[in-house]
Design a protein around this ligand. Structure first.
Ligand code: ARG
Length: 571
């Protein structure tokens, strides 16, 4: 597809004798239409050209105007230190409809990532503990990134790095030994195991001997003792079965389920390597890497009792993943509570002697907390919401709303699932991920708000319009002038920018760039729909309006699918 940014970069670099690639990187898409289709911030060249930005802008404008007829530019304006470009409408429309016509359901796809490997460490719940709302966010963001990178041609692997290792399993085993018969862990694994865990913790506080047995169990587990291993495997399997129910609703694509337990035996190699750097030091019986120079607390590599730590396991995982996946980028999706952990681990990883390619590729993608209207939700608080209940409640609520609108839907449950789950996913992705998120049913499921159901509803509308015709108009018969109205052009411009949005979303690991875009497209289509009659008696008008509807439909669906949301055909 003709790339306007590249075209403009060429024109600007010719006129200023500067590097085309660099210029391309500076060109922006302005936030609103009154500032043109593209803007070039002239201050970026001020140093190089030794001129004030406003002067550069007006000189550049003059130069560009000399040959403007032969270019894709309709007009260019100076606005402060910026140059605002307007692209020729006819070219923009033609290029866009031809591209959609060629690519259809694959519109926006790219092979820019070919040959690059990306691993995404996400979801990663902890065995025998509730899958909480933080894991939901990680799952939703991680999955969207997985889909986005994949669509741009990267080779992506999803890693579910389960929290299936730690001294708590020594306790859980002891608790089960003592009271296992009292709890039905087959029926309700996580709830029952949590109860056992709370009870054994209480006992440990009172009785030092019990605590000692727990520690011993953990040691046995590490050494592969059959009884302890069997129990641990059972806890893991039952937990996964329960998590799977959540993944069935939410999605979540995993190529590996290797958790911390699978990595723990690889920690000694990390210790060896770090030992040889001379930077591993003893401190109060533990082994640490001092990070004072980096203004961070020390990274604990080995505990006083000789066990590995969360950090040393992550270091071993980096070695393992570099070898297994030869990653160009390794993304970790967790709440910002783990910012320090990853900063420390990524710093120490530089001592592992692996290629810089790997350490440069380590990327923490943090996200904010989920705040229920009643307060913060976290595992540490006694009264946690069961995530599965939350998802089912959303489906139930969606069903009631849909029932009010229709009485005759055959696949009501399927639609309610798509709408209810889509609403939760979209809500999770609709604001910049680092922001704390408010979880409020009235917002999430508002069909007229900036929500998942609103985008789905707009899509359903495009679909029913398209269902009313036998065949789409052929692209070369479309009169391009029919798409030059303000409302139509807004849609065309958004559609043209789709791939750019996908690229930006992956560059910043920020799915909200796509969700905001989809809201804008749905809104633009709604305005168009309210302003113009799609089924016009004028054939030319009708063809153009149908084609706009078709393009909108394709992009809304593809965009939502990339976010991990299924689209209903009716609602
Ligand atoms: N299981 C951890 C938790 O629930 C998150 C794991 C994150 N991934 C990692 N490689 N450390 O907090």
């Amino acid at each position: 597809m003709l790339n306007f940014k590249k075209e403009l970069a060429k024109i600007i670099s010719d006129a200023t004798n500067s590097n085309e690639k660099e210029i391309e990187g500076y060109i922006e898409i302005p936030p609103d239409d009154t500032m043109g289709d593209y803007a070039f911030p002239c201050f970026k060249l001020a140093k190089e050209l030794k001129k004030a930005p406003a002067i550069i802008a007006s000189e550049l404008k003059e130069k560009i105007n000399e040959n403007i007829e032969q270019s894709v530019i309709e007009k260019v304006e100076v606005a402060g230190g910026y140059l605002n470009f307007y692209i020729r409408k006819d070219i923009l429309i033609k290029v866009t409809i031809e591209e959609v016509n060629n690519e259809k359901e694959e519109y926006g796809k790219s092979d820019i990532g070919n040959g690059k490997n990306i691993v995404i460490d996400y979801s990663h719940p902890n065995i025998a503990k509730p899958f909480h709302i933080g894991h939901l966010r990680s799952t939703v963001i991680g999955q969207a990134l997985y889909n986005l990178y994949e669509y741009l041609g990267y080779n992506v692997k999803g890693l579910n790095y389960l929290g299936d290792y730690g001294t708590q399993f020594g306790k859980m085993i002891e608790g089960y030994k003592l009271w296992g018969k009292e709890y039905n862990i087959e029926e309700n694994p996580i709830e029952e195991l949590t109860k056992i865990y709370i009870r054994i913790n209480e006992l440990c506080k009172q009785d030092e001997n019990v605590l000692e047995s727990c520690r011993n169990n953990f040691k046995l587990l590490e050494d592969g003792d059959p009884y302890c291993m069997d129990l641990w495997k059972r806890f893991r399997k039952l937990s996964l079965k329960e998590f799977q129910r959540i993944y069935n609703l939410l999605g979540g694509r995993f190529d590996s389920w290797e958790g911390e337990a699978a990595i723990a035996p690889k920690v000694p190699e990390v210790l060896d390597i770090l030992e040889k750097t001379g930077k591993l030091v003893k401190s109060e019986g533990a082994k640490i890497i001092d990070l004072e120079e980096k203004k961070m607390p020390p990274c604990i590599i080995e505990k006083t009792n000789g066990s590995s730590t969360y950090a040393s396991r992550d270091l071993a995982a980096i070695l393992h993943r570099a070898r297994t996946y030869n990653f160009d980028k390794a993304i970790y999706v967790t709440s910002y509570e783990q910012n320090l952990h990853f900063k420390q681990v990524f710093e120490v990883a530089k001592l592992l002697g692996i290629d810089e390619k790997y350490t440069n590729g380590l990327t923490h993608v943090p996200f904010g907390m989920v705040l229920l209207k009643t307060g913060k939700m976290s595992t540490r608080e006694g009264n946690i919401i069961k995530l599965e209940d939350l998802l089912n409640e959303s489906i139930q609520r969606a069903k009631e709303i849909i029932k009010e609108k229709h009485t005759d839907l055959a696949n009501e449950d399927e639609i309610a699932t798509k709408v209810g789950i889509g609403a939760i996913i979209f809500n999770d992705l609709s604001n910049s991920r680092i922001k704390d998120e408010i979880f409020d049913w009235d917002i999430i499921l508002n069909f007229n708000g900036e929500t998942g159901p609103y985008v789905q509803y707009t899509y359903v509308r495009t679909n029913s319009i398209l269902a009313s015709i036998n065949a789409l108009p052929t692209v070369d018969k479309i009169n391009i002038e029919q798409m030059e109205s303000k409302e139509a052009l807004k849609i065309v411009k958004l559609i043209y920018n789709f791939q750019e949005i996908l690229m930006e979303a992956t560059e910043k690991n920020e799915p909200s760039i796509l969700s905001r875009y989809l809201i804008n497209l749905a809104k633009a289509y709604s305005s168009f729909y309210n302003e113009y009659k799609i089924m016009s008696d004028n054939l030319e008008e009708k063809d153009a309006r149908f084609y706009l509807t078709y393009m909108t439909s394709i992009v809304l669906k593809k965009g939502m699918n990339l976010l991990g949301i299924d689209m209903p055909d009716k609602m």
